[in-house]
Design a protein around this ligand. Structure first.
Ligand code: ATP
Length: 665
């Protein structure tokens, strides 16, 4: 029974056909038949001695020997009536009136024949009616069913597996025969709950223009052809996760007045060989029938990954076949006029070059992380459905969230509403948004974590160490706030704001960052003389950055301007692209850079240790302190001083009050 809701919230139960009902029916029929089938009373199982007695009394009319092993005994009408009346033997009260009354198993036909004749003779009756018949009988219905039941059962299981396999694997209408069909969804424009328009996509103005142009190609193809232009075959949306690629494609579907088929890259993957290629063929077949039409393939890297050299070794034959089919469909002998393929991926760098060339995906549309203006617009889109308190400043929130993707912002809005609801508020307030941002960046707050006073102080010293070094080095990101409230896996955190206008990351910036990261551990060392294990994540991040500086960015003089970075990700992990000697040199350079950063941070911390202790005291008292609280202790930050030097016009503008996503814990 399926439960349906109508718009008046009345539940109506409607019957929906399900194949399981057929099986249930068959099983029920078998059970009913075996109990009540053939509508007859059951003959009594007996033995030769009883039957011999009956023959002697002249009560047996005939004996039917079936298949040489069972004797069916038919009594005379008088005897049946007498037994059923219970006169002779109460055991036989239920003897059937029709058919045989008794049966028994015989040892040998010859012996039975002899014994029956003997019993007739012994009866001394002149007219003893017993006749003996021999026959071979085929089995009854119930036996046939019982014999076939295991087979039926096995066939049923097989059928069930095939059905679920092909359904799960994307057979268009279910069934094994449809396994090679592409399961593309045609977008239903008329369904208002699914309809997404460009109004729902905030920011991304360049991407929107490009993508709308593609829709225009389809709708007004003649205009372009008259000028001799060829219609592009495809566009690839590339960008980090959650930046709105799928959303953009959905908006195209909602806005374009052409059919829109959507499928995910992983829908081509199946456990059967050759299915991927066949699904690609089928997808384009469907698209051509609907042309002009747009096909959207989400997460195309599932099939579009660069083909390897040793396919046999990596076992990727099937994926490569699928990709080859895609290449042929997009630009082969086949004409697929009027079909434009949109695809989305996070990793354009690992896609096969042949897929990316002009003539296949002619256009690559970058969908990057939103800037502050775009983040403000995205907040606007996701706040539409929230009940907001007055005076929520979207620009302020946008400034708090550098590096956040559209999906992160959607999450902040939702989390803020949840926090407000948890605190029984009737509106979502500014601090709910702040708490949501903190939670998303730092993890769940753990105020109840048990910590001794000494541990709390060590954490405060650690965070004050980070903050002080970052405050003193102009190339570090400005510090926004420092906290000793445990969150997620960390006991405290120093938040800084990445400078969004800084597009060039130089070695100076990275070296300053390293010093800032090491500051926490050094402050502990200077104050307690011990090395804490709590600096693990700082050290890990610092080491990764230093390796990248040396081996990828060519920032070490000794190694030179060489990059061992492998953007395609196809290099196997066992072989290094450099010699043992270079490996030793890289290690040496990494150590040198780290040590220099360490010394730099240590000098700052030793010179300012009293201030670090003052900051730690303030932290223990307030738990969270902001840039304004640090100024009285350390003076103006190096970043503010540098900004003033560079641009005296902004003198009144102190360090911007912004939070950020870079957290040193
Ligand atoms: P992935 O690469 O991980 O698949 P994606 O780029 O396809 O990510 P989407 O699925 O489009 O990301 O976005 C996820 C969610 O983030 C959307 O449903 C939407 O709520 C929100 N979002 C992302 N970008 C925007 C935007 N520009 N405007 C409004 N909402 C956005």
């Amino acid at each position: 029974m399926a439960k349906k809701k109508n718009n008046k919230n009345i539940n109506i139960y409607t019957f929906r056909f399900n194949f399981m009902w057929v099986w249930a029916g068959i099983v029920a029929a078998i059970i009913i038949y075996s109990f009540f089938g053939e509508g007859r009373a059951v003959p009594v199982t007996s033995d030769w001695n009883t039957v011999e007695q009956m023959i002697r009394q002249g009560e047996v009319e005939r004996i039917k020997v079936v298949n040489k092993n069972t004797a069916q005994v038919y009594l005379t009408d008088e005897a049946i009536a007498a037994y059923r009346a219970g006169e002779e033997n109460s055991l036989f009260k239920n003897l059937p009136e029709q058919g045989e009354q008794l049966n028994f198993t015989i040892g040998s036909v010859d012996i039975l024949d002899r014994d029956v004749k003997q019993a007739i003779t012994d009866s001394g009756l002149e007219d003893n009616p017993v006749t003996l018949e021999y026959l071979n009988e085929t089995t009854g219905w119930s036996e046939i069913l019982i014999n076939f039941l295991p087979w039926l059962f096995l066939i049923g299981i097989w059928f069930f597996f095939i059905r679920s396999m092909s359904r799960g694997g994307g057979g268009a209408g279910g069934g094994i025969m449809n396994v090679g069909k592409a399961r593309a969804q045609e977008f239903d424009k008329d369904n208002p709950s699914k309809r997404v328009t460009f109004k729902d996509v905030a920011g991304l103005s360049e991407a929107k223009v490009e993508i709308m142009e593609i829709v225009d190609f389809l709708r007004k193809a003649d205009k372009y052809r008259e000028l001799g232009a060829k219609i592009p075959k495809g566009a690839l949306l590339v960008g980090p996760p959650g930046t709105g690629k799928t959303l953009l494609a959905k908006a195209v579907a909602g806005e374009a007045n052409v059919p829109f088929l959507s499928i995910s890259g992983s829908d081509f993957v199946e456990m059967f060989v050759g299915v991927g290629a066949s699904r690609v063929r089928d997808l384009f077949e469907q698209a051509k029938q609907k042309a002009p039409c747009i096909v959207f393939i989400d997460e195309i890297d599932a099939i579009g990954r660069a083909r390897g050299k040793n396919a046999g070794f990596s076992g990727n034959d099937e994926r490569e076949n699928t990709l080859n089919q895609m290449l042929t469909e997009m630009d082969g002998f086949q004409t697929n006029a009027g079909v434009i393929v949109l695809a989305a991926t996070n990793r354009a760098d690992i896609l096969d070059k042949a897929l990316m060339r002009a003539g296949r995906f002619d256009r690559q549309i970058d969908v990057g992380l939103p800037d502050v203006k775009e983040r403000e617009e995205i907040f606007g889109v996701h706040m539409r459905n929230l009940k907001l308190a007055d005076g929520i400043d979207r620009m302020f929130l946008a400034k708090q969230t550098p590096g956040f993707s559209g999906a992160d912002i959607a999450n902040v809005c939702n989390e803020a509403a949840l926090i407000a609801a948890r605190n029984n508020k009737s509106q979502v307030e500014r601090e709910d948004f702040m708490a949501a941002i903190d939670r998303i960046v730092g993890g769940l707050e753990k105020r109840n974590k048990t910590m001794s006073q000494a541990e709390r102080r060590a954490t405060a010293i650690h965070e004050a160490g980070h903050a002080t070094v970052m405050w003193m080095l102009k190339d570090c990101d400005p510090v926004l706030k420092v906290t000793v409230i445990p969150r997620g896996n960390s006991l405290g955190a120093t938040w800084s704001v990445p400078d969004e206008e800084r597009v060039h990351v130089t070695n100076e910036v990275l070296e300053a960052k390293l010093a800032g990261m090491l500051g926490g551990r050094i402050a502990e060392e200077v104050n307690y003389g011990t090395l804490g294990a709590g600096a693990l994540s700082d050290l890990e991040r610092a080491t990764k950055i230093t390796y990248a500086m040396v081996a990828f960015y060519g920032m070490s003089k000794k190694i030179g301007p060489i990059s061992y970075y492998d953007a395609s990700g196809t290099r196997d992990t066992f072989t290094k692209p450099f010699s043992e000697h270079t490996a030793v040199e890289i290690d040496g350079e990494v150590r040198r850079i780290m040590e220099e950063a360490y010394e730099r941070a240590r000098a700052i911390i030793e010179a300012n240790n009293d201030k670090i202790n003052a900051m730690a005291d303030l932290l223990l008292e307030k738990e969270t302190i902001y840039a304004e609280d640090i100024i009285p202790i350390l003076g103006e930050s190096a970043q503010t001083k540098a900004a003033k030097m560079e641009n005296p016009a902004t003198e009144e503008n102190p360090t911007p009050a912004m939070a950020g996503v870079t957290v040193a814990d």
